[in-house]
Design a protein around this ligand. Structure first.
Ligand SMILES: *Cc1c(COP(=O)(O)O)cnc(C)c1O
Length: 340
């Protein structure tokens, strides 16, 4: 039973307060038909696309701890931001409102026809469009708006883009323990593959695997920043997260198990023909919906490594269902017909 009223503490560790949103554990499934199509395996899929809250996917996990902290601090409005297509802002709007908080979103650019922005609006968020395309300045604007609200007597909880803070990363540190438990009866994975955007998910995973004492290697598929830039950020977030959990991790340890690949390609949100073909194969063999921004590039990177791996691979399906359905996915597939 998921209760949405109480803030609870995770029993396994000294985790910060959690506001329950997700239905956990998310399923871990074997992709037998995809394995057969590829002629190699085993391939496990960690189904965070089915995290059980709205269509929020992997964003459900950080939001549980961000809202846990917001409620513990007595905050009454969550302020965050991102691009018009941001999965995080829509998820944050739904989660904040569910927890009884108002939500304000600072969105760069124009409204456009983003389904995520429509969802955030429908959830009751107050949207402020910047009208320019400056992405990097969004976090400053979020904190400036929070200061304004505070001056007006409100109690804001500002969250940087993507929810990637040490507190947010705790969600994925707990997820790492969840995966370790699910894989207990099975051979150890040779590789874990996850998409990397703002980095909180991968950082939490690294901290959590460290704390669980397993040495499994992780491939981070970076879709928005060059690996050199995101690597330092991951180390910082992972060590901040481990400190919150009272773990032994010093910050140098998580980087050792991590390989980062550059999947920026033709740009953020643009999948290559090869990535889209891999996503269609997953749709037609397993019914998996993958978006162009995160899912398709990360799955392609995973499948490309399988023939030489010599052991099980775990692909972390992070969700992205809103863009997967509304942008390409089903629409493109229906238009194409035939087999990939
Ligand atoms: C945000 C997001 C990611 C990346 O998570 P980060 O914590 O920002 O690195 C991956 N997949 C999907 C579908 C996302 O929405």
């Amino acid at each position: 039973m998921v209760t949405r009223t109480a803030v609870t503490r995770h029993p396994a560790c000294s985790a910060p307060p959690r506001y329950p949103l997700a239905v956990l554990p998310t399923p871990l499934t074997r992709a037998h038909r995809l394995e057969a199509a590829l002629g190699c395996g085993p391939l496990w899929i960690k189904r965070d696309d089915l995290a059980g809250f709205g269509v929020a996917g992997n964003k459900t996990r950080p939001l549980e701890y961000l809202l846990g902290e917001a409620l513990a601090q007595g905050c009454d409005v969550l302020v965050t931001g991102g691009g018009p297509g941001s999965n995080f802002t829509a998820a944050a709007a739904m989660a904040a409102r569910t927890a009884g908080l108002d939500c304000e979103l600072i969105i760069w650019g124009d409204r456009g026809d983003s389904a995520n922005l429509a969802l955030a609006t429908a959830a009751g968020a107050r949207i402020c469009l910047t009208g320019d395309r400056d992405r990097a300045g969004i976090d400053d604007r979020v904190f400036a708006r929070a200061a304004e609200l505070r001056a007006g007597g409100r109690r804001p909880y500002p969250v940087p883009r993507g929810g990637s803070t040490p507190v947010g990363a705790v969600g994925f540190a707990v997820a790492a323990a969840e995966l370790v438990e699910q894989l207990r009866p099975h051979p150890h994975p040779a590789l874990l593959v996850i998409a990397v955007g703002s980095g909180g998910s991968c950082a939490g995973l690294l901290a959590g695997l460290d704390m669980a004492g397993v040495g499994w290697p992780v491939l981070g598929v970076s879709v928005s920043r060059p690996p050199g830039e995101i690597g330092a950020r991951l180390t910082e977030l992972a060590s901040g997260c481990a400190r919150l959990l009272g773990g032994p991790c010093t910050g140098s340890a998580p980087a050792g198990r991590l390989t980062l690949v550059d999947a920026v390609g033709a740009g953020f949100g643009v999948a290559s023909a090869h990535e889209r073909e891999r996503a269609l194969l997953a749709l037609r063999t397993e019914g998996l919906l993958l978006d162009d921004t995160y899912g398709a590039p990360a799955l392609a990177a995973a499948l490309d490594r399988m023939p030489d791996l010599g052991g099980p691979l775990v692909y972390w399906h992070t969700g992205g269902l809103v863009p997967a359905i509304t942008q390409r996915g089903a629409r493109e597939c229906a238009a194409q017909g035939g087999t990939p």
